[in-house]
Every structure is written in structure tokens, then in C-alpha cells.
Write a protein that binds this ligand. Sequence first.
Ligand SMILES: [Zn+2]
Length: 66
Amino acid sequence: MSERAAPYYCPYCGDEDLVPHEGDGEKGAGYAWACLSCSRVFRVKFVGLRAAGAAGAGTARTDGNA
Ligand SMILES: [Zn+2]
């Protein structure tokens, strides 16, 4: 994964004025973005894939004892 994931909204103030925050690239920790509205710098990091939706779809609905 070498591409920078682009957030569309600031998670703190909801503004759309986001610019890449250069000079703070930490490998494996995601890229930093700076919000021009609230001046916060945050990262977007990939955590993993959720497994509950795909694996447990067919077993949770059988609530009858027939
Ligand atoms: Zn913001």
C-alpha cells in the first residue's frame, strides 16, 4: 500500500479543507493530513477488515428451536 488514502472531511470539525501534511511521514502509521479550518493534523490508518459481516451472516438468524 503506497497510495495515500484521501479523507474528505476533517474528523474533528467536519471541514473539507484538507491538505497533505508533509514532513511527518511515519512508515506503517498512515499519512498525516492537516485541516486548514481547525489546524489539526491527523492520520488515516488502515486497521484491517471486519470479519463479522461475512462470516456470521448465516448463523445469527436461526433463533427458533424447531
Ligand atoms: Zn478540522
